[in-house]
Ligand binder design. Structure first.
Ligand SMILES: CC(C)(COP(=O)(O)OP(=O)(O)OC[C@H]1O[C@@H](n2cnc3c(N)ncnc32)[C@H](O)[C@@H]1OP(=O)(O)O)[C@@H](O)C(=O)NCCC(=O)NCCS
Length: 170
């Protein structure tokens, strides 16, 4: 008999979550992005969470949601402003279970409910396929410097269903 995997839960970020989310951020970059970024790039990228106070401010400045499995945080996503996904990270031990999909769907609903017509994300090469599968379309390639290292990502955009023009086209 097959076993059903526990369904992930969702809750808002609290400042006390910062150390756990910093650990998920670093582990996710270190263990999941090695096919697309070299070690120096991964270290530079992960260093954004070294200063926990700063990282906590970044998490608190937007709308940050946490995914949980059996009450433990396993991933998070943050919306910056009205319509930009700033962060989406899942712990390596919890990938492939729909955690990122659930987080992304929640951000899309919340942003749409607040009136956003579309969402953008600067997707890592690792996450590009994930976003493409969710209907995000590549707009431009970017090279950005992070802590002295050049990293590439792709700005992608998705039109939200709630952003349809008034008049009721389906
Ligand atoms: C990309 C990431 C967020 C996906 O998390 P996840 O919880 O494993 O994603 P899900 O389980 O919801 O996957 C949903 C679908 O996307 C696919 N998918 C997920 N990650 C993928 C990847 N890296 N490449 C190709 N497809 C991927 C899954 O196979 C799944 O497809 P299915 O519905 O046909 O089974 C996770 O791998 C991660 O944290 N990566 C490192 C950090 C990163 O790059 N973050 C993005 C910054 S913009």
């Amino acid at each position: 008999m097959g076993q059903t995997l526990p369904k992930p839960g969702l809750r808002p970020f609290l400042p006390a979550d910062t150390p756990v989310l910093a650990a998920i951020f670093a582990a996710s970059i270190e263990q999941l992005t090695g096919d697309d970024y070299n070690e120096a790039q991964q270290e530079a990228w992960a260093s954004a969470a070294d200063d926990e106070e700063q990282f906590g401010k970044r998490l608190a400045s937007g709308l940050t949601l946490i995914a949980t499995l059996q009450n433990s945080a396993v991933g998070f996503a943050a919306l910056r402003g009205a319509d930009h996904i700033d962060m989406l990270y899942v712990h390596p031990g919890a990938v492939g279970q729909g955690v990122a999909s659930m987080l992304c769907e929640a951000l899309e609903k919340l942003a749409g409910g607040r009136g956003a017509k579309s969402l953008t994300v600067d997707a890592s090469d690792n996450a590009r396929e994930f976003f493409a599968m969710r209907g995000y379309v590549a707009k431009q390639r970017n090279s950005v410097t992070v802590n002295g290292e050049w990293l590439v990502n792709t700005t992608m955009q998705k039109t939200l269903a709630g952003g349809a023009s008034p008049g009721g086209a389906t």
